[in-house]
Design a protein around this ligand. Structure first.
Ligand code: ATP
Length: 228
């Protein structure tokens, strides 16, 4: 079963050229894959269409059975429960503790305090930040802040996690830790889609790779076909 499908999707911002041009692919439930390509190739645009920060100009984005074009108004927030998003710049609330940042999606969902506390503790342990729950983001390293962003994205157990250059600012050891964490998600039912221009990292992971070039999907490489 596919969790996500792009059917001939194009996206044009304003009157410019197509940031995405006739892109089609699907992601199976429980799959982890990478999207790569040069700067401006359309990676972020692809992810933004998935979490409804943007809408396609042509074509359809399907999430399970749902055509995202039809998701409007209050249903956008409902959709975002199913899609966790990790941004390169974390986007943490600077005046809130680590635990409060991670709790946010669950508070918006109206979960009970006890349940929220339990889930937040569990996910912070999973990302190795159990001891930093009460710290402010500014008291953490870049890698720790990124892990808070990841904890916030996965605390609601989304069907799909999309991550835009999640290791952009991190050293190789931290990048490897974050990738290991991502790799563990599919077995818990979350598919993972990572945009990265770090080709060395992408090759090392030995996962499926979508290659974008000037908005076009120019390659869709199976793990076994990745050159070593
Ligand atoms: N909000 C916007 N308005 C107008 N043009 C945009 C906008 N966002 C992106 N673009 C353009 O769309 C194209 C694709 O951009 P996108 O950010 O998706 O690429 P990317 O592969 O993620 O690049 P990078 O690796 O530099 O983040 C680029 O030509 C970019 O300038």
């Amino acid at each position: 079963m596919s969790v996500l499908r792009f059917d001939n999707v194009s996206k044009r911002y304003g009157s410019g050229h197509d940031a995405l041009n006739d892109v089609s692919f699907s992601v199976a439930s429980g799959e982890m894959l990478f999207v790569t390509g040069h700067s401006g190739a359309g990676k972020s645009t692809m992810l933004r269409l998935i979490h409804l920060a943007e809408r396609p100009s042509r074509g359809a984005v399907l999430f399970g059975e749902k055509n995202l074009l039809k998701v409007r108004g209050s249903r956008v927030a409902m959709h975002r429960r199913d899609v966790g998003v990790v941004f390169q710049d974390h986007r943490l609330l600077t005046d809130r503790s680590v635990a409060d940042n991670v709790a946010l999606p669950l508070i918006l969902r109206g979960l009970r305090r006890g349940e929220i506390g339990k889930r937040v503790r569990s996910v912070l342990d999973k990302v190795g930040l159990g001891a930093r729950a009460n710290a402010l983001p500014s008291q953490l390293s870049a890698g720790e802040q990124q892990r808070v962003g990841i904890a916030r994205a996965i605390v609601g157990e989304p069907r799909l996690l999309v991550a835009d250059e999640p290791t952009g600012n991190l050293d190789p050891t931290l990048s490897a830790e974050i990738m290991a964490l991502f790799e563990s998600l599919p077995e818990r039912g979350t598919s993972v889609m990572v945009a990265s221009h770090d080709l060395a990292l992408v090759k090392r992971m030995k996962k499926r790779v979508l290659v974008l070039n000037q908005g076009r999907l120019v390659d869709d490489i199976a793990p076994e076909d990745l050159a070593l």
